[in-house]
Ligand binder design. Structure first.
Ligand SMILES: *[C@@H]1O[C@H](CO)[C@@H](O)[C@H](O)[C@H]1NC(C)=O
Ligand SMILES: *[C@@H]1O[C@H](CO)[C@@H](O)[C@H](O)[C@H]1NC(C)=O
Length: 159
């Protein structure tokens, strides 16, 4: 899906092949700075989302990219939803998610953020596997469930 299109664009673009040939081990995709590019960038990436709210609270998530609607999924405590894709050549691969749950007073808690963005995430927050731990104080993100850092609270963006 995403990866196939990226590959076709890559192979059909002489300019990009030239850029690829001239670039050494690193390049500068954006204001996020210089990133080492390697084969791993084009391997399959898996994004995992875990409900770590509390044992009695279900989390509903709905994630999308420009090309794919991953559907709505309701997760009970410790359940996960994940999806796989390949990064495109342009570092623009983007998935975003809307997530919501009800607190103990029945109040709806909801927010929507980028769940994977190649320029933000690759080799910065995670590589082949990216883990979201969704907790009552916000969305934690990182290489695994335990080392994640708080990226978003339910009402405001931290970074
Ligand atoms: C979950 O619900 C059960 C039964 O209502 C209750 O005893 C327990 O304290 C709740 N746990 C949490 C973490 O709210
Ligand atoms: C989780 O990721 C951190 C940061 O990459 C790493 O230091 C730690 O060893 C990992 N923990 C586990 C259990 O894999």
């Amino acid at each position: 899906m995403v990866g196939g299109r990226g590959l076709k664009l890559l192979l059909s673009s002489p300019l990009l092949l030239l850029v690829l040939a001239l670039s050494s081990s690193s390049w500068c995709p954006s204001a996020y700075g210089t990133i080492d590019i390697n084969y791993e960038y084009f391997q399959k990436i898996t994004v995992w989302v875990y409900n770590e709210l509390d044992p009695n609270t279900t989390l509903t998530i709905h994630c999308k990219s420009k090309d794919d609607d991953l559907g709505e999924h309701t997760l009970s405590y410790n359940q996960e939803f994940h999806w796989k894709f390949r990064n495109n050549f342009y570092w623009t691969t983007l998935f975003w998610c809307n997530m919501w749950w009800h607190d103990s007073n029945g109040r709806l808690v909801q927010t929507s953020h980028d769940a994977y963005y190649a320029r933000r995430d690759y080799a910065r927050n995670c590589r082949a596997d990216c883990f979201w731990s969704i907790r009552k104080d916000g969305w934690y993100y990182g290489y695994n469930l335990t080392s994640g850092k708080l990226m978003f609270t339910w009402d405001k963006q931290i970074q």
